[in-house]
Design a protein around this ligand. Structure first.
Ligand code: NAX
Length: 324
């Protein structure tokens, strides 16, 4: 029997976590042979609801779950955490400007970054899901000087998975036939879903779909998919977001079967200046990710990648004073 690993989840009484916690507990993230200790964080007013989630987790009698901690103290939730999924965030309230939203979340993620720095395993792998995810991850990382910035990532895997399905359906193939999908940049409407390096069942995607469909349907549909879900469901993506968070962490920990998209600390690759968390194509192996290098970029791609980079720089400028 393997030693249990500690998995912290924030916003644990929220919608995404209501799917996420149960799938992690059943072994979907780290395997059916990996025992887990769940360390669940909520704000104080949500502790009663969190207690209900814990009761349900207990009622599942999951063989892999060794212990469950429920708390409103980030220092307790992140204690010795091997994995931290930061899902809880402040949603946009009435009359709130984008800058107010960035600031409200910056306050949360600076505290959580510090708590990770002070308490988590030195090898902790951090995934930020709560929006604005890229900039929240940057703030957490900047407030965790003893951890490597490479340990902080943000989720664009849901966008990646959405793009896979759109292209597979358009070409009449299965998602597993699509390789080389890339989401560049921010998890926002400026993200750039790029099929220039994609193959579908071995054929370049660009030969299978019309350029016009790609530019005027595919790209905006992937960018706006979150809004379309809200319109249809009356609530934001939850199970699909949880599923993608599991994909992201599983691949990071256990290896990816091909190219996947992860928002990570920019290192200058593809001309993206360091200092932001930017989504890149990566391959994961041995518990680490590596940016796929050497892809040729045309002017269309360069312009889209720059637009989403510019937005991330603006977000960064709005919270500069909280970067630690
Ligand atoms: P919910 O509002 O259902 O749940 C959020 C939970 O976080 C609430 O229970 C709240 O009490 C808790 N919370 C707030 N502040 C906290 C803090 N400081 N510490 C601990 N817990 C805190 O939202 P849900 O639908 O679960 O979505 C969570 C976040 O994911 C949102 O920010 C949302 O925008 C974001 N998303 C990100 C996606 C991505 O692809 N990166 C896609 C899905 C989703 O939209």
């Amino acid at each position: 029997m393997k030693q249990p690993v500690r998995i912290a989840i924030t916003g644990a009484a929220g919608n995404i976590s209501y799917s996420l916690a149960f799938r992690i507990a059943s072994g979907d993230m780290l395997g059916k042979d990996q025992p887990v200790i769940l360390q669940l964080l909520e704000i104080t007013p949500a502790l009663e609801a969190l207690n209900g989630v814990v009761m349900e987790l207990n009622d599942c009698a999951f063989p892999l779950v060794q212990d469950i901690v429920a708390t409103d103290d980030a220092n307790v939730a992140f204690k010795d955490a091997d994995y931290a999924l930061l899902v809880g965030a402040r949603p946009r309230g009435p009359g709130m400007e984008r800058k107010d939203l960035l600031e409200a979340n910056a306050a949360i993620f600076s505290v959580q970054g510090k708590a990770l720095n002070d308490n988590a395993s030195r090898d902790v792998k951090v995934l930020v899901v709560g929006n604005p995810a890229n900039t929240n991850a940057l703030i957490a990382s900047c407030n965790a000087p003893d951890l490597n910035p490479g340990q902080f990532t943000a989720m664009t895997r849901l966008d990646h998975n959405r793009a896979l399905t759109q292209l597979a359906q358009k070409t009449g193939k299965h998602v597993t036939d699509v390789e080389g999908m890339i989401i560049w940049g921010n998890h926002s409407a400026t993200q750039y879903p790029d099929i220039a390096h994609c193959k579908v069942a071995g054929t370049p995607a660009a030969e299978l779909v019309e350029r016009d469909w790609y530019e005027t349907t595919f790209i905006p549909d992937v960018q706006q998919r979150g809004a379309a879900i809200i319109k249809a469901r009356g609530a934001s993506s939850a199970a699909s977001a949880a599923s993608s968070a599991i994909d992201h962490m599983r691949d990071w920990a256990l290896g990816s079967s091909g190219v996947v998209s992860m928002a990570i600390s920019a290192d200058g690759s593809y001309g993206i200046e360091p200092g932001i968390i930017y989504s890149y194509p990566v391959v994961c192996r041995n518990g680490a990710y590596e940016i796929v290098q050497g892809l040729a970029l045309d002017d269309f791609s360069k312009q889209k990648m720059k637009a989403t980079e510019d937005e991330l720089r603006q977000e960064r400028a709005a919270v500069e004073h909280l970067l630690g």
